[in-house]
Ligand binder design. Structure first.
Ligand SMILES: Cc1ncc(COP(=O)(O)O)c(C=O)c1O
Length: 429
């Protein structure tokens, strides 16, 4: 058995510095719990950044993958198509409400789904421009990076990226950007940077993940829908982090009442296996010609088997309702903590369903970010056996992404640890 410290030394001399992160080396994981190589137990409120919505190693997901392992593991869909891929596409087509007939493309990562959604929108419109939003995150590939609205660590030093990408302000009420102001900013982009008739797509997260768990106001999404309709622009909703029951609905866009043209999904879709999808209107999705989309590993059979099982588990175990219930419990406890002296640094509590976060500030009036406090809370929680992550363009948001299968007793234990961690972090300033 190795120690975390020993592995950290090996990592420093073997692994590229850019692939940075936590130093808890995982030995095994089960549902909401995870054990490190030293035998220490953690409650996992990160689930691999919003991936294991159905918990680590859900028995039905594991059984489906084991069954698939016995049949075949890889064919490449272009060479050896198989029923599971087609079935998953049928199910996603039925799940996503675009108001039209749908088609689906399976790929491997969230960034790849976003890249493909942009390619498809460009092919369908014959236009080049894409407008995304400040604070948005869309992946670490060149196109994903260009679309992302968060400089460090995702863009700084990595060059200009592909052309044709424009950023508009995100409506962030807590930081003084109203929906009207954000819409004026977008209108300015359409007058200062690119004409609407050259815009292929508007791309937005229904809830910003890396950007700080900022919920996109429904009226903003409704305005984007109208703008897209008025100018023949494709509206793409990036559901990579917010999708798959996380917010209490299958897709977070459902809270807004609008119908997207395309959606990107990944993370929670595979229950721990790498798979992503673009689902959307058939008239748009079918524009690229045969062979223009796909990839060697796109829609890998093991990941497809996992995803079909994940969809069953979400339905069978009522995980959308469970996400809402877990979110309400976390929110109530955070509000209680915020009302104490130790909680004075909690400036804002926000989220949708079980995608919930607190923003840490040094001053509740000016909302000045306190990234140090966020970092200390995560560190104190880790000492006590709770895994959390930060996010936000100013790194001052602590986010919670519990598995939707988390038992009540473990949730309550996690919230007790969180409470103690906020007190300890404030005390250690
Ligand atoms: C909203 C969103 N889009 C895209 C991505 C990129 O996904 P991946 O890391 O699988 O490429 C992420 C990852 O965090 C994300 O949160």
């Amino acid at each position: 058995m190795s120690s975390n410290a020993a592995l950290e030394i090996r990592r420093k001399s073997a692994v590229a510095r850019g692939a940075a992160g936590k130093s808890v080396y995982v030995a095994r994981a089960e549902n909401a719990e995870l054990w490190d190589v030293e035998g220490k137990r953690y409650i996992d409120m990160t689930v691999g950044i919003g991936v294991n919505n159905t918990g680590h190693r859900h028995p039905k997901v594991i059984a489906a993958v084991e069954a698939q392992l016995r049949d075949f593991t890889h064919t490449c869909f272009h060479v050896g198509p198989f029923e599971g891929y087609v079935r998953l596409c049928e199910r996603l087509n039925a799940m996503v409400d675009t108001g039209a007939e749908n088609r689906t493309l399976l790929v491997t990562t969230g960034a790849e789904a976003v890249e493909n959604a942009v390619k498809i929108a460009r092919a369908a419109t014959g236009r080049y421009g894409v407008i995304s939003f400040g604070g948005g995150f869309h992946g670490r590939t060149s196109m994903g990076m260009a679309l992302t609205g968060k400089v460090a660590p995702y863009k700084r030093g990595f060059g200009p990226g592909p052309a044709g990408i424009f950023h508009a302000p995100f409506p962030n009420g807590y930081h003084g950007v109203s929906v009207d102001e954000a819409l004026r900013g977008l209108d300015n982009v359409l007058h200062a940077d690119i004409a609407p008739e050259e815009v292929a797509a508007l791309l937005i997260e229904p809830v910003q993940g890396e950007g700080g768990f900022n919920v996109t106001p429904p009226e903003f999404l409704q305005a984007l829908r109208k703008l897209a309709d008025d100018h023949g622009i494709v509206l793409i909703l990036d559901e990579v982090q917010a999708g798959m029951a996380r917010t209490g609905r299958m897709l977070a866009v459902e809270h807004s009442g609008i119908k997207p043209d395309l959606v990107t999904m990944a993370k929670g879709l595979g229950g721990g296996f790498p798979i992503a999808a673009v689902t959307g209107r058939a008239d748009i999705m079918d524009e690229p010609s045969g062979g223009g989309l796909g990839g060697t590993y796109a829609g890998n059979p093991l990941a497809v088997a996992a995803a079909n099982a994940v969809l069953d588990v979400i339905a069978d175990e009522g995980l959308m309702a469970r996400a809402s219930a877990i979110g309400a419990t976390i929110r109530a406890r955070l509000e209680k903590i915020a009302a104490t002296n130790a909680g004075a640094g909690i400036g804002n509590i926000r989220g949708l369903g079980a995608m919930i976060a607190m923003e840490l500030v040094s001053d509740r009036d000016s909302h000045a970010p306190d990234a140090g406090l966020a970092t200390r809370i995560v560190a104190e929680a880790e000492k006590r056996g709770l895994l959390l992550l930060t996010c936000g363009t100013r790194y001052n948001v602590v986010r919670m992404l519990p598995p939707l299968t988390m038992p009540d007793a473990i949730l309550s234990e996690a919230l007790d640890i969180l409470d103690q961690s906020v007190t300890a972090a404030v005390g250690s300033a």
